[in-house]
Design a protein around this ligand. Sequence first.
Ligand code: B12
Length: 243
Amino acid sequence: MDLTRLKPYGDTPGDGMVQVSFTLPIPVGDEARHAALILASRMMLKDSKVVLMQPLDDSFTYFILYGHCDQTVDYTSIHVAKLDYQPMTPSDINSFIAEKLGRKITVIGACVESDAHTVGIDAIMNMKGYNMHKGLESYPQINAINLGAQVPSEELLAKAMEENADALLISQVVTQRNIHVKNLTRLIEILEAEELREQMVVIVGGPHITPELAKELGYDAGFGPGTYPEDVASFLVQFLNKD
Ligand code: B12
């Protein structure tokens, strides 16, 4: 296969078949189907077919279309920034903390400022965890404190000082009008103004967070969708061990 001209795979290699789904704010019907097909052609899909058209209510319709995409990508030219750590199991992480750091560590988690989406930070922190991966509260060597939703940066930092925290775990889910960037920047600015930035590891996660964005905003690491508690814990303990 020519990886310099990578194409989607449907039935046969390189046939370029893709599936797209979207909702239109119009009632279901022949006109709606036609509108969806025109949109698909303007997305540069060829020979598109509507394979599902379903009313969501009287004035919204959901579509799934199959179509042919001629575009290619040079896979060999792609270089993505990755976090530098070795994945470890929860049991190895606890042993690593006990043996290499020689003390329990404290992490404080929160959805800061306007964000009220706690499911992500709960997945990382809470005892029951996520998808059968237990959260940091279940790690004997980690003192995990979850402050929950809409925590002002000042309140988070006051708690971090009180607990002598090793790390802050920040969650940001809403990205409308770049509010995540504003909230995340505000936290770093306050940390820097209080001369606290070097005292703790600061990690951010959320569905639109990438390692690149996190670095750009002054964070030590960023984790995106599908993160498990042991991913962030592996990174954190290895990062703390470098100091
Ligand atoms: C549940 C939900 C809500 C609930 C939240 C309840 C709660 N207690 O969390 C309620 C109803 C309150 C809500 C409200 C709103 N919501 Co809402 N919500 C959702 C929904 C359906 C699911 C989010 C979720 O729980 N995902 C599951 C978790 C497990 O995934 P996750 O957050 O990505 O977390 C994982 C990783 O990202 C990562 N991670 C996350 N945080 C962290 C932190 C660290 C440190 C690390 C290491 C990793 C990490 O690890 C996690 C596990 O792998 C999404 C749509 C969707 N299907 O995603 C919309 C969605 C997020 N909401 C949205 C919106 C717009 C809103 C509102 C503005 C709606 C409104 N107009 O009022 C409000 C905003 C409220 C506020 N102030 O924040 C939009 C956001 C669009 C955008 N990109 O900005 C979405 C995408 C819906 C949509 N398609 O429009 N919402």
